[in-house]
Design a binder for this molecule. Structure first.
Ligand code: ADP
Ligand code: MG
Length: 491
């Protein structure tokens, strides 16, 4: 990503650079601290189910504007309600995705399941949303946060993010900066998310029933998932957790007389999807059949199919159009507050508006990012690459994509620590993306639980378009809240 040389740099938490000896020593300690406290992942390059690498992390917490952080936290229950209402608006979901599903086979398959479930009536009225709303601060609007996307499926890193605060606390103390800890907000993401699943289990109301995690064939982000599992097992020992792939559910799963989901003789109360959000998770029709079986069952899904569809980029784009929020939010103040976090989002549907947006993208591609209906990183097209990508598509194919204004975040400077990278780490220019977790549980008529559930910060090199932590250029981090730029002396 090209960075404007005038991009402001947020002041760092402590004075940098560190002396080389001190840096080497504290980095080595921090790596071991990370592995020993589960800020870790399986290696993709030398995979072994028996070992872990530390997850890439930023040594000292990166600055984030306090006011914007607090705004994001305060907005989360409103966003939870918004997404819940969107998920339950059949007409909105159907018309919004109408063009997209003509050309995007994956979304079309999800949508087919949705229509089939609708046709038979929902067996389970309740859904659980474990959401994560992602933001970048935008320098052209005084660092006001802008939503990058909202995740409604497999919102990850709540587990590791919770354990990253103690890691960075440890580093700051080692460096003699204990007084800085008070500017790091506490993070209860893990407890908040797991308690959401347990509340759903309570609603299901069968003492012998279990919580099922749907997983990929290989879970690289194993610690994050295990943190959820172990938290539930340790805090609520009477609730069992099972892990199965979609393929295994296809093989073992069936519906009982009340349409309860059975794996063998075990009844499933809650299904937590950590897989199922990308085409590769469905290698055969069998995995799609398994997804349908679960959607049509009595188990409470996290997320249910309508929640999954509500999290598509196309729905996000539709929500950002003028006057659409009024359909889902009553309070004018809330509409205004949510409206402000949206940046420009544009349809590329095959109609007059879509075609005008297409022309605009060709004229000024540097203003935009082009996104398909995919999750998990690495799918977007940026800036000057957009015209070629668009020209390769037919008019109809374009409707599977949306166009979004590029957000320009401020820079921070710090040390990014990655497995296998050179020691000592160098000071890098970086940018941070804040994720706020939310939990919402309810049916079409009522919301019974709605709360904000902690946060995560992912930081990437300023030169990278995307900062996937597993993918290579991102690192886990937590916010160091700063009040304003005029307090530099406090360093
Ligand atoms: P995914 O579902 O693959 O995570 P995202 O919409 O979150 O898709 O995009 C992936 C990454 O691309 C984000 O984490 C962010 O770093 C970058 N990105 C996405 N949208 C924008 C934008 N509008 N401006 C700047 N960067 C963006
Ligand atoms: Mg994302």
């Amino acid at each position: 990503m090209s960075v404007d040389e005038n991009t402001p740099i947020l002041r760092s938490c402590i004075k940098l650079p560190l002396a080389t000896d001190e840096l080497l020593e504290v980095t080595a300690k921090a790596k071991d601290y990370a592995i020993m406290h589960g800020a870790a992942m399986r290696s993709k390059t030398s995979f072994s189910p028996d070992s872990l690498n530390f997850a890439p992390f930023v040594l000292v917490p990166s600055a984030f504007p306090r006011k914007e952080f607090e705004k994001a936290i305060a907005l989360q229950p409103i966003i939870n309600r918004l997404m819940h209402n969107v998920a339950h608006d059949e007409e909105f979901i159907t018309t919004t995705l109408a063009e997209t599903i003509k050309v995007d086979e994956f979304t079309a398959n999800l949508f087919k399941i949705y229509r089939k479930v609708l046709a038979h009536g929902f067996t389970q009225a309740y859904s659980v949303g474990l959401l994560r709303s992602d933001y970048l601060a935008h320098v052209y609007e005084g660092c006001a946060i802008k939503q990058v996307e909202i995740n409604t499926i497999a919102s990850s890193f709540g587990g590791i993010a919770t354990h990253l605060v103690p890691l960075q606390n440890f580093v700051l103390r080692e460096l003699g900066h204990a007084e800085k800890l008070k500017h790091m907000p506490k993070n209860d993401a893990l407890a908040g998310l797991c308690d959401g699943m347990v509340k759903a289990w309570d609603i299901y109301g069968k003492p012998e029933s279990v919580i099922l995690f749907i997983i990929e064939d290989i879970s690289y982000n194993i610690c994050d998932q295990r943190f959820h599992e172990f938290y539930i097992r340790e805090t609520y020992p009477h609730i069992k957790v099972l892990r199965r792939t979609l393929t295994e559910v296809h093989r073992e799963g069936k519906l009982g007389q009340r349409k309860e989901l059975l794996l063998g003789t075990t009844e499933v109360a809650v299904i937590y999807f950590r897989a199922g959000y990308e085409p590769g998770h469905y290698p055969t029709q069998g995995e799609w059949d398994a997804r349908y079986l679960m959607e049509t069952s009595l188990a409470i899904k996290c997320p249910s199919i309508q929640y999954h569809l509500a999290g598509t980029k196309k729905v996000q784009q539709a929500l950002a159009q003028p006057a659409v929020l009024e359909r889902f939010i009553n309070d004018p103040e809330e509409i205004k507050a949510v409206g402000k976090i949206f940046t420009g989002l544009y349809s590329l549907d095959d109609n007059e508006v879509g075609n005008a947006n297409y022309e605009m993208a060709l004229r000024t591609p540097e203003r935009f990012v082009l996104k398909p209906q995919r999750e998990g990183g690495g799918n977007n097209v940026y800036g000057m690459d957009i015209p070629d990508a668009l020209k390769r598509m037919t008019r109809v194919e374009r409707s599977a994509w949306i166009l979004m204004d590029l957000i320009h975040p401020p820079l921070t400077q710090g040390y990014m620590v990655r497995p296998g990278s050179d020691m000592p780490p160098q000071i890098m220019d970086m940018v941070s993306e804040l994720g706020i977790f939310g939990v919402v549980i309810g049916d079409a008529d009522n919301i019974v639980h709605n709360y904000q559930a902690g946060h995560m910060l992912r930081t990437k090199l300023s030169t990278a378009n995307e900062g996937g932590v597993a993918a290579g250029l991102g690192a886990l981090d937590s916010p160091y809240l700063i009040d304003s730029e005029d307090e530099d002396a406090s360093n």
